[in-house]
Write a protein that binds this ligand. Sequence first.
Ligand SMILES: [Zn+2]
Length: 196
Amino acid sequence: MGGIDWGDAPTWVAGAFAAVAAYYARGTMKSQQKQIEEQRHFIAEQSLNLALERAQLSAAAEDRKWEQARQISMKAWIQGGRFDRATGQTEGPRVWSAEVLNGSPVAIWAIHLCFVPADQDAAGPGLEANPEGRFRHSLAASEKEYLFSAPAPLAVLERNRPVLHFRDDGGVEWALNEYGKLTEKSGDCQCPAAQV
Ligand SMILES: [Zn+2]
C-alpha cells in the first residue's frame, strides 16, 4: 500500500502544527513590531509637542516678565552751572537730572540713579547721587519723579553716565540707561544710592 505512512502521522501533524505556529508567531511578531514602531513614533511626536509647548510657555513668561519694565522711561540731561556773560561760558558745578516716568499700571520700587563710567579708560572718580533726591522707595502708576546726581564739574559728569535702577512689581531688578537700553540686573545693587 502506498500513500501516507500513518505510522509517521504524529510527527507529520506535529511538524504541520509547528509550521503553522511559526507562521502565526512571525505574524504576531510583525504586528507587535509594527505596534512598537507606532508607539515610538507617537512618543516622539508627543515629546516634540511638549518641547514646543514648553518653549511657548517660557517665551510667554519671558514676555510677561519684561512687560512692566518696558513701560518705565527715563530722560537724562546735564543742567545747572552759572552762565558767565564775560566769557559766554557756563561755569561751576552742574548735575545730572533724570526725569523718570512710570508708564505702567502698577508701582515700581527702589528707584535710584547709578552712575557708570562712559568707558573703561575714562573711569575717573565715581559720582554719587544727590543725597536729597537720590532714592525713591516707590513710584506709583503714571507717576513722574526727578532724580539728580551730586554736583560735579562738567568733565566728571560727562565721564559718569546715569543709569536708572528699579524693581518691578514681580520683584525683578532692572537697569535702564539714558539711551533706553533695558537690562535685567544680576546680583545685589552696589551703587551708593541703594545703600540707604
Ligand atoms: Zn542700584
